[in-house]
Write a protein that binds this ligand. Structure first.
Ligand code: SAH
Length: 364
């Protein structure tokens, strides 16, 4: 079976050539997939009937939606199941004029960050670019005709540990034959794999890079984000500077706030000086407690105070607004509820898009 999602136009053209079809059919297929969201060849009405019938027997079916949770604010969380029984979550987040699609890059995760649910069972497997495209297609069907005009690779998994498929997915997100978004509207979030950041800078489209900092010092970060032992903060921030220089794009950071762990005034002071000149913007994420770990979410006033301290030092900051609490709860909840064998995502029940808010932080 051929998965026509996740392929470049040239690859589709080669495949079609092997079936004796002209190269322009590749453009037709891409239009159906990325513009119209159709992967079933029998519905591709500008193909000759005979070819439609032939392709239908050769092309893989879309992924199954195991569960769907809709929030009052229009956000939707899906649990998708793949043929091998692996299940992952993806989320459609409502923003002003459209939607953000938040996709998973792996089932499970090998990074073992202390407060993240997706790492708890380790890595199940990498997702293919086709499966990442499939998440966007499935989410787009939930958007009720509104545009999905942002994509964030911030779901379960570490995208830079699945570099080739992630790069391929980013190209299809930004390329004119694919989803066609401006690289500014596509974000990849990483826990800090320095070689991957450098590879992204040289090989990827200039998407927005977001690094999950979570701690202002190496000893604390070593504990919260274990990959820091291999790529400590100085190296990580140097890679961020390099990325900004190579792409002309400002790098952003995520900082999950855990009560009594990394939310003290001295943490804010250190964070502000650490990131100066390397990070253009910090997105504070009030921790979403997960089972099996003792971390607590700070009170809203503490989050606001932390943000205020950064602002006072000239560090741009926003507080991530929680995604519809009515479907929220801990990440991986859908998967757990479905009793799926496979690992889901560790998405916090917070808005991965990190929409910038115009008002000063304080009501997070
Ligand atoms: N591996 C990538 C992308 C996936 S995680 C990365 O680390 O950036 C996306 C974001 O959610 C990361 O910033 C991650 O640290 C954060 N996150 C994970 N678990 C969380 C939790 N329990 N509460 C709040 N944010 C969490």
């Amino acid at each position: 079976m051929m998965d026509i999602r996740g392929r470049s136009r040239d690859e589709l053209a080669d495949w079609l050539a092997s079936l004796g079809e002209p190269p322009y059919r590749a453009r037709q297929l891409m239009r159906w997939i990325y513009r119209l969201g159709v992967v079933d060849p029998s519905a591709m009405t500008d193909l000759p009937r005979e070819l439609r019938a032939r392709l239908t027997g050769l092309v893989q079916r879309p992924d199954a939606v195991l569960q769907r949770l809709a929030a009052a604010d229009g956000s939707v969380k899906l649990l998708l199941a793949y043929g091998d029984g692996v299940a992952v979550e993806c989320v459609l987040l409502r923003h002003g004029y459209g939607y953000t699609a938040c996709v998973s890059s792996q089932a499970g995760c090998a990074m073992g960050c202390a407060f993240c649910q997706s790492g708890q069972a380790g890595l199940i497997r990498d997702l293919t670019a086709a499966e990442m495209v499939g998440q966007v297609l499935a989410l787009r069907q939930q958007a009720g005709g509104r545009p999905v005009n942002r994509i964030v690779v911030m779901g379960g998994g570490e995208p830079l540990a699945n570099l080739d498929h992630s790069l391929r997915f980013l190209r299809l997100s930004t390329g004119s034959g694919g989803f066609g978004l401006s690289p500014r509207r596509v974000t990849l979030s990483t826990c800090g794999l320095v070689p991957g950041i450098l590879a992204l800078a040289s090989q990827g489209p200039p998407v927005t890079l977001s690094v999950s900092l979570h701690a202002p010092t190496d000893p604390l970060r070593d504990q919260l984000v274990p990959i820091n032992r291999r790529y400590p903060l100085a190296q990580l921030l140097a890679a961020c500077r390099h990325y900004a220089q190579a792409t002309g794009r400002r790098v952003t950071a995520e900082y999950v706030l855990a009560q009594g762990v990394n939310d003290r005034p001295e943490d804010a002071r250190r964070l502000s000086s650490l990131t100066r000149g390397a990070i253009g913007h910090i997105n504070l994420i009030p921790l979403n407690p997960i089972p099996g770990a003792d971390f607590k979410r700070p009170r809203d006033e503490a989050v606001a105070a932390f943000a205020r301290q950064l602002l006072d030092r000239g560090t741009a900051v926003t507080i991530r607004r929680p995604l519809g609490r009515d479907i929220g709860g801990a990440c991986g909840q859908l998967r757990a509820a479905a009793g799926a064998v496979a690992e889901g995502t560790g998405r916090p029940a917070a808005e991965p898009g990190g929409k910038a808010r115009k008002s000063p932080p304080g009501d997070g």
